[in-house]
Design a protein around this ligand. Structure first.
Ligand code: TRP
Length: 444
């Protein structure tokens, strides 16, 4: 068995875990999915799933991981020996790998925008036609692939080096910087003429939308994607956690950070979308077309914009690191591979499997399902079906299979009312809710 890596400090865990949770999901995905699903009503459903359903599951994943002290599959087996319970871990490994394939493509877009912002190419092109600039970029047969490969290579370098001091230190500076810049930009965006429509879109629910089952499916998928639950990331990261750290506190911090960045992104993007007369339903390209226009319109916008895209890339990479770390840890722990071959193989295959996503707005743009291209659909299926399925299995496992005193002790919950709430939300509340949402979307 290969020697396991260690984080340098407790703070390092928290930062790395928040680094994993906060990423493109909070900015790029949150804004486009919220736009497609009608705004405020969707936001409410998303908050419900993040805070109420997500919380017990994040705690459960961390507890499984810390108890298991291994990779995503062995963690289950160490709690329930000789059972088929490795399956949720395996699904997690496979699915975080799938997320990585398309996540690398979008991260590549962000890197391209960062580079373009730094050199000034972006501003020139976007002042003429921001939408056209983006469309030409993604339609190009080769360019998105080059950026996708570049981001993956950077992520692989970090993971080969062992996810430790570098990324911890990086996160310590980058995550607060990201939050600050986002807050500043949101304020700026709110001060623009016409911003109130965007605020209303985000905060005044059209209640009738809550009658549509697809809102809940989308909200659940978004909540799970942006937290990164259901996929063994927290199990893997949790395996490096010291005993002394209280999991509920950590889970709450992750969730608060995740919500904060998402709402700031919404406050930044929707006022601008409406102020510029753009369509909130634009889909995956929303952020890439609106943001350059906001930056162009603001004083010192080119500098702020360059910093912003730089932070976006950094946030994306810290999430990619977690996605890559799951299969790498699995290969190392189960098959005794060393870190670098495990990383190189996983990264290379993720690159190849990501090619259809990278080409989905270019050569393959006519391949559609649900009126969306390949990348959107990989995202849709993984987020809305794989993540909840993984989360259901994890909830049932901890609720019913794990012996209760051990589970509660591992989760640092004491044996009071909170422990009961936690156990019963895992036994019944969360799985039933998730199952109903999934079932309704199949039979609606
Ligand atoms: N949560 C990250 C984001 O919001 C992406 C991510 C990291 C993720 N790890 C994950 C998504 C595991 C699903 C599963 O960008």
């Amino acid at each position: 068995m290969a020697k396991r890596e260690e984080w340098s400090s407790r703070q390092g865990f928290i930062l790395a875990t928040i680094g994993s949770a906060v990423g493109l999901g909070n900015i790029w995905r949150f804004s486009y999915v919220t736009g497609e699903n009608g705004g405020a009503a969707f936001l409410l459903a998303y908050l419900f799933f993040v805070a109420i359903v997500g919380l017990p599951i994040v705690i459960a994943e961390l507890a499984i991981g810390r108890r298991g002290q291994g990779d995503a599959t062995s963690a289950f087996i160490s709690i329930a020996p000789r059972s088929g319970w490795a399956a949720p871990g395996l699904i997690g490994v496979a699915a975080s790998f799938l997320v990585l394939t398309f996540y690398a493509v979008i991260s590549g877009w962000a890197l391209k925008y960062f580079a373009g912002a730094g050199t000034g190419v972006l501003w020139q092109a976007a002042s003429a036609d921001a939408g056209g600039y983006f469309q030409r970029f993604v339609a190009n047969p080769g360019e998105p692939i080059i950026w996708q490969a570049t981001v993956l290579a950077v992520t692989m370098l970090v993971v080969v080096g062992g996810v430790q001091r570098g990324i911890e230190r990086l996160n310590r500076i980058l995550m607060p910087a990201l939050a600050l810049i986002m807050a500043g930009l949101a304020v700026y965006s709110l001060l623009q003429a016409g911003s109130s429509k965007g605020v209303a879109f985000l905060f005044t629910p059209r209640w009738e939308l809550l009658l549509r089952p697809d809102i809940y499916l989308a909200a659940m998928g978004q909540a799970f994607f942006s937290l990164g639950v259901g996929m063994a990331v927290f199990i893997t990261y949790g395996s490096y956690l010291p005993k002394s750290f209280r999991l509920p506190t950590m889970a709450i911090m992750i969730i608060a950070g995740d919500i904060l960045i998402a709402i700031l992104a919404g406050l930044l993007i929707f006022p601008a979308v409406f102020a510029h007369g753009l369509d909130p339903k634009a889909g995956a390209e929303l952020v890439f077309i609106t943001l350059p226009q906001i930056f162009l319109a603001m004083p010192a916008g080119k500098i702020v914009g360059t910093i912003f895209f730089g932070l976006l890339v950094a946030a994306a990479v810290t999430s990619m690191v977690s996605l890559l770390e799951v299969p790498v840890a699995y290969l190392m722990h189960r098959f005794g591979l060393r870190r670098w071959p495990a990383t190189v193989w996983t990264g290379a295959i993720a690159f190849l499997l990501g090619l259809p996503s990278a080409m989905s707005y270019g050569l393959l743009k006519n391949i559609k399902w649900r009126d969306h291209q390949i990348l959107d659909n990989v995202d849709y299926v993984v987020s809305n079906f794989f993540l909840p399925t993984g989360a259901i299995m994890i909830a049932l496992f901890v609720g019913w299979r794990w012996n209760r005193p051990d589970a509660i002790a591992q989760a640092n919950l004491g044996d009071g009312i909170t422990a009961n709430l936690w156990i019963w939300s895992l036994r019944v509340g969360a799985p039933v809710l998730m199952a109903v949402v999934l079932a309704r979307s199949f039979f609606a």
